[in-house]
Design a protein around this ligand. Structure first.
Ligand SMILES: Cc1ncc(COP(=O)(O)O)c(C=O)c1O
Length: 420
């Protein structure tokens, strides 16, 4: 199938002309082209909450449409639970919509401290600091701890918030091959000695592909080189491990990474993030993490809902089993139809279909939308240009009937674009 415009977002990062704002013009024209062909799959207007299906406003008709959602990271389906809504409403009644201040000044309240205590107990760390977003948690902890002369060795596919945290810190940053302890070993052997402090950073479940990091091997390599280890478990919390506590729980590790970062924006069905570590590290981050100190604290309604979500996650292990059953159902359906999904077999709640050219991914997402499906269009800058993929996020909220319909639409679209 011919694709109208093979440019990617990477083509508009720089502009040869002298005018700072000039690049916005050609970019608007590129986005306008995608929109006119129905291929712009971002900023869709939802008129319902996250669930197995969602309602969106259709830009062409102006009316509402119901779509199957494989786009939200609502892994255990907690976003739709009335317990969260009740908890949020009660907290808003008591504290109001916001505390109008940062954690540091007027934004620390008993509910957020309660959440910190319960998270610390759940994750098995001495202390937790709650941030307003997971992005800020990564930037805050990295920029608080690392300085010029320090080295961060990060997985090549690290999330933008990890890269940005290292940039703000001003430390040296060296990527190692994705999920490759041998490459990490070589980089630490070559460069570890040149720097004062070395921090290795990995994700438990990689956000774009859903594959699990070989944490025991990575920990062994880091320890052998005297490096510290930080784990971002954004997509593992509530999904991996016998207790749903994430990647260390999955591998049954008794020793934990030195620092753990988590988010509320996936399984815990809210917004916010956290850093778990020893009391000394968390205390330091609370006083040097600028994204913690210079940003308003998370809203009471959100904090109360996340607390309710954490308690449900712990009380209802069947949700995790349902999620994994759903992952397997869609994987088997796609495999039987001839799709190569990644990882194969799936390792978490995320399954990807690797496509390649960003233009093809845009065209496919239009056809999936036409077929009644909302998926994540993953192109640059989330991944390298023309390494585009479709990301499917499964949820315990999906029914077998929904998943059957989803498979049908994906198979028909894949065939049309020669992906199968
Ligand atoms: C691996 C990873 N880390 C951090 C974040 C940031 O989390 P939040 O959405 O809470 O800002 C995300 C979310 O996209 C993520 O996927």
């Amino acid at each position: 199938m011919e694709h109208a415009d093979t440019r990617t977002l990477a083509d508009f990062v720089n502009h040869a002309g002298p005018d700072l704002l000039e690049k916005a013009g050609p970019f608007a024209e590129y986005i306008g082209g995608l929109q006119s062909r129905g291929e712009y799959s971002y900023h869709r207007t939802l008129v319902s909450g996250a669930g197995g299906t969602v309602r969106v406003l259709d830009p062409r008709t102006g009316g509402e449409r119901e779509l199957i959602s494989l786009a939200a990271n609502n892994y255990l389906g907690l976003a739709g639970r009335p317990e969260l809504v009740e908890a949020a409403c009660a907290a808003i009644r008591r504290y109001g919509p916001g505390l109008c201040g940062s954690r540091f000044l007027s934004g620390t309240y008993d509910l957020v401290q309660q959440l910190e205590r319960e998270l610390a107990e759940f994750e098995g760390y001495e202390e937790v600091a709650v941030f307003t977003t997971g992005y800020q948690a990564n930037v805050g902890v990295l920029a608080a701890l690392l300085r010029r002369g320090d080295l961060a060795v990060i997985d090549r596919l690290s999330h933008a918030s990890i890269v940005d945290g290292c940039r703000v810190a001003g430390c040296q940053m060296r990527p190692f091959q994705h999920n490759d302890p041998a490459d990490l070993d070589q980089i630490l052997a070559r460069h570890g000695g040149e720097c004062r402090n070395v921090l290795v950073v990995v994700e438990g479940v990689f956000s774009m592909d859903g594959d699990i990091c070989p944490l025991p091997e990575i920990m062994e390599v880091a320890a052998r080189h005297g490096a510290y280890l930080m784990l971002d478990d954004a997509h593992a919390t509530g999904v991996l491990g016998g207790h749903g506590a994430g990647t260390a729980d999955h591998f049954g590790l008794t020793r934990k990474p030195d620092i753990l970062v988590g988010t509320f924006s996936k399984t815990l069905a809210g917004t916010g993030g956290y850093v778990a570590a020893s009391h000394e590290i968390v205390n330091y981050v609370r006083h040097y993490g600028r994204s913690y100190m210079f940003s308003a604290s998370p809203a009471p309604g959100t904090v109360a809902a996340v607390l309710a979500a954490l308690r449900l996650l712990r009380a209802e292990p069947d949700l995790r089993r349902q999620l994994m059953q759903n992952v397997d159902f869609i994987y088997q359906g796609l495999k039987q139809a001839g799709f190569h999904t990644y990882p194969d077999p799936p390792e978490s709640a995320i399954i990807t279909i690797r496509i390649g050219e960003d233009a093809v991914v845009h065209a496919m997402s239009r056809d999936l939308y036409e077929g009644g499906l909302l998926t994540s269009t993953v192109v640059y800058p989330a991944v390298s240009p023309n390494e585009g993929r479709m990301r499917l996020s499964l949820s315990a909220a999906h029914t077998e009937d929904i998943l059957r319909q989803a498979i049908e639409v994906i198979v028909a679209t894949g065939r049309r674009h020669g992906i199968v």
